[in-house]
Design a protein around this ligand. Sequence first.
Ligand code: FAD
Length: 478
Amino acid sequence: MTLLHLSLRHFIPSSLLSPSTQNTHHHRARFKPRASSSFPQPNPKNSGVIVIGAGLAGLAAATHLNSQNIPFLLLEASDAVGGRVRTDKVQGFLLDRGFQIFITGYPEAQKLLDYSALNLHKFYSGARVYYNGQFHTVSDPLRHFWDSLQSLANPIGSILDKLLIASTRIRVLSKSDEEILSSKEVSTIDLLRKLGFSDSVIGSFFRPFFGGIFFDKELDTTSRLFDFIFKCLALGDNTLPANGIGAIPQQLAARLPPNSILLNSKVVSVYFDDSVSDSASPSVRLENGEVFRSELGVIVAVEEPQAAKLLPGRSEPVKQKGARSTVCLYFTADRAQVPVGDPVLYLNGSGNGIVNNMFFATNVAPSYGPPDKALVSVSLIGMYEGVSDDDLTSEVVRELSGWFGAPMVGTWRHLKTYRIGFAQPNQRPPTDLMKNPRFGSGVYVCGDHLTSATFDGALVSGRRAVEALLSDRALVRS
Ligand SMILES: Cc1cc2nc3c(=O)[nH]c(=O)nc-3n(C[C@H](O)[C@H](O)[C@H](O)COP(=O)(O)OP(=O)(O)OC[C@H]3O[C@@H](n4cnc5c(N)ncnc54)[C@H](O)[C@@H]3O)c2cc1C
């Protein structure tokens, strides 16, 4: 018998469990049971807390429960942990499911992750912008002083723009994360204009750079997120783990007790089993009919559209705002057939074409490909529905031939295309990046739709859901 299958009452005095029972009955009307009787009743298994979804939010929740010695079961619909943060191995290459960067300055990540075990490889601090048919390097003066002196004269922004970048850095560093995430908000584009940035630097640098982070070319995303990311970029490096971005959730999962994660276990309903007289917490039913009963509560850590399906009555902001989407195309090349060896991010500052950003992943982390091969990663913003993969590939090759020359790009071989319909929830104003994780009746919610749509936001949301649950169950003081 594993820890999970023992009743929680073996671990926690029943007096500590009782306050929740009153709360539960109070809220139950709001949380209507789904028709559980229409299914044959298998033997329900008991777990302290049930966490649904093993993305970063669910894994963070499980990590915090584990650190408090609270038994839990983590149920994941897919065949691996990570959610949106996964890496596939294809023909000896590591393909992250979409272009993702891990910023070491993320504050919650610093508390939860072992950076040295991730073997993080740094990007160049800055970017190379394709503008007017030429490349121009934009550098972080604190990390690449001489490069940044040279870049003072380039056409990517005026001297005033460069001074404004420095003052923006000072402004965001002077604020706490809480202040930033709850500050008065406008869209990023309005903030940049209000701060006095020129149209030229907005178009050639901010639009492809932050547009690529938010999957939002218009820069409608809240200024809160802009400030938060700007601050994290100032405090840390852009990196990739040697084993792919999926190494981040895998590190969290590896620290959890054996058998505490069930993969291929899609939850179809969260409900109260009224046939159990002392039922104070919800149960969950899997697609295959299996039932798990929680004793302390259920944490729903699924992406926003799925949360709306599992939690009746929860509004569906995705429908109102539309999700952020991206397409990522991978190509392989001989290592001699790429134009540079440095780990720099290329941005399309030309205002034309479909490529937003690209980079040579094997220049950042050589482990992303076999020793003699280079991996090229190209990102587009949006889904390009109605355009076939073949047509997208041809267009990308045509466009990048204009950047690097047709003889070189013509040798690249298309490897795989990822179309990611739901990359991030839409975070244009109005936003609430510190949403209450309490759904009611022993049900808690976490995920990047409660905080900032970042790795860090997802990790924070998992912790907050556990803190709320433990506080409601009188297991800790809030
Ligand atoms: C292409 C791309 C690039 C990104 N780049 C960055 C970046 O560079 N930096 C950054 O900070 N952030 C980035 N993000 C955002 C970041 O990945 C997300 O904000 C974060 O990973 C969300 O984690 P989550 O746990 O909230 O949700 P998810 O990762 O979506 O996890 C939800 C989990 O729930 C599971 N699930 C869903 N329904 C059920 C069910 N019914 N039963 C059981 N399980 C279920 C899913 O399978 C999934 O594993 C990027 C996202 C994408 C897609």
